[in-house]
Design a protein around this ligand. Structure first.
Ligand code: AMP
Length: 130
C-alpha cells in the first residue's frame, strides 16, 4: 500500500508544499515541533534512509540543504535542526526544524497552527527557495 507521503506526491491528499523537483518534495509537517517544521522526501518510496542508493541519499542531502537555507530566511531561529526518525511513516524523510532550544527537537513538544498560518508559512519559505 502506498505511504501517506506517496499519496501527497501523487496529489491524492493535500499538503502545504514548499518545493518540488523531479525526485524530491518538501512540505510542512502537519504536527510540527516548531513553526516551520518541514519534511524533505524522496519520491522513490523507500522505508529506511540508509537503504537509499548513495546517489539518491546525497541528492536528498543537497535538496534538504536548499530547503533549510530558505527555511532559515523565512523563520527567525537560532539554527535549523535536522533529524531522521521514520518510526511513524515508513517512507524516507528528513525533518528540518527551526530551533531555539533543545526542546524544539523533542518530538513530544508540539505547536498548533491554523490553516492560514500553515499556508502563509509554506508560501514564505517557498519564496526563499533558490
Ligand atoms: P516519523 O516517521 O517518526 O519521522 O514521523 C513522521 C512525521 O510525519 C510526523 O512528524 C508527522 O507529523 C508527519 N506527518 C504524518 N502525516 C503527515 C501529512 N499528511 N502531512 C504532513 N506531515 C505528516
Amino acid at each position: 500500500m502506498a505511504t501517506v507521503f506517496t499519496k501527497i506526491i501523487n496529489g491524492e491528499i493535500p499538503s502545504y508544499k514548499i518545493a518540488e523537483d523531479e525526485n524530491f518534495i518538501a512540505f510542512l509537517d502537519i504536527n510540527p515541533n516548531a513553526k516551520g517544521h518541514t519534511l524533505c522526501v524522496p519520491k522513490q518510496e523507500v522505508d529506511k534512509i540508509f537503504d537509499l542508493g548513495e546517489h539518491v541519499y546525497l541528492q536528498l542531502m543537497q535538496f534538504s540543504r536548499k530547503v533549510a537555507l530558505a527555511l532559515r530566511k523565512a523563520v527567525p531561529c537560532e539554527r535549523v535542526g535536522m533529524a531522521v526518525i521514520g518510526l511513524e511513516v515508513p517512507h524516507v524523510h528528513v525533518h528540518l526544524i527551526p530551533i531555539n532550544e533543545m526542546k524544539d527537537m523533542t518530538f513530544d513538544h508540539k505547536v498548533t497552527l491554523s490553516e492560514a498560518e500553515f499556508k502563509e508559512l509554506a508560501a514564505e519559505i517557498s519564496s526563499h527557495i533558490s
